[in-house]
Ligand binder design. Structure first.
Ligand code: ATP
Length: 267
């Protein structure tokens, strides 16, 4: 988006997130609560939280969670995409990284979200010099955050195996949280969250439970959103004003689920 790299407060809330209860709880404790009530954590002798690394297949809610964390704690949110930082001229990437941390420091409390971080942090020895310099700049910024007060880090990746070991050490992105593909009943919860702004026939969210090939087998959250949009288009084409089951059935038939090769993500 246009606001890439700048601080904003997102308008996503926990209500927009379906399922993922365990990850939510962990993020509450790691980030939301410390921002809302820092005294309570300091009194128990807890240091500022380590960075969190969300990992798992695409389209299952990592970005959504990061935005909700910022919004729920009324913190600023800065989103940076790995590949965008990386595709800059020599020296530009490092400057961009430093600028992100500078902006964060001047807008605490702030959540910095590093998306597609694998592009950035790929095993340094296998990568170009440029990659090594970007990683080093990030590590320097992270280690230099002695007054880390008010800056919280969330990174996201589809490829845990590509992440630089140095990034995972204590104080960096030490906390790994798996954001997995939804089970059938979780798909229903996600569909309900997606339909909350058009709740005329919320019962239809049950369609997401169908686990056959004409249903929603292997659908990610992003697939469910696309299904809902396709169903709405089908509804419009048929001159109706409200969604019916047939809209979901017809829409699902035309869709290919995006969750494949799950072995890669098995915990
Ligand atoms: P990627 O790895 O491709 O960046 P991601 O895990 O960050 O994917 P999101 O961008 O959060 O996925 O999800 C894309 C969209 O799919 C969301 O904006 C939302 O509309 C929908 N979605 C995904 N997961 C959920 C969920 N658990 N609850 C509600 N909506 C979801």
């Amino acid at each position: 988006s246009k606001r890439e790299g700048f601080a904003t407060v997102p308008d996503t809330t926990w209500e927009d997130v379906g399922a993922l209860d365990d990850v939510r709880e962990e993020l509450e404790l790691m980030i939301v609560e410390p921002i809302k009530d820092p005294e309570r954590f300091r009194n128990l002798g807890l240091p500022p939280s380590d960075g969190v690394l969300l990992w798992g297949p695409p389209g299952c809610g990592k970005t959504l969670l990061a935005k909700a964390v910022a919004a729920e704690s009324k913190a600023n949110f800065i989103s940076v995409k790995g590949p965008e930082l990386f595709n800059k001229y020599v020296g530009e990437s490092e400057r961009a990284v430093r600028q992100v941390f500078m902006r964060a420091r001047s807008s605490v409390p702030c959540v910095i979200f590093f998306d597609e971080v694998d592009a950035l942090l790929a095993q340094r020895n296998e990568q170009s010099e440029a990659s090594a310099r970007v990683v080093n700049t990030i590590l320097t910024e992270l280690d230099g955050l002695s007054d880390r007060d008010g800056i919280y880090l969330i990174a996201a990746t589809n490829r845990l195996d590509m992440i630089d070991e140095a990034m995972l050490r204590a104080g960096r992105f030490a906390r790994l949280l798996y954001v997995g593909p939804p089970k059938p009943e979780e798909r229903v919860k996600i569909m309900r969250a997606l339909m909350k702004k058009t709740p005329h026939n919320l019962q239809l969210a049950e369609f997401a439970r169908r686990d056959d090939k004409d249903g929603c087998k292997n659908f990610s959250g992003a697939d469910l959103r696309a299904l809902l949009h396709n169903a709405a288009r089908h509804c419009l084409r048929n001159q109706r004003r409200e969604l019916e089951l047939v809209d979901f059935e017809e829409a699902a038939k035309t869709m290919v689920p995006s969750i494949r090769d799950l072995q890669r993500y098995e915990e």
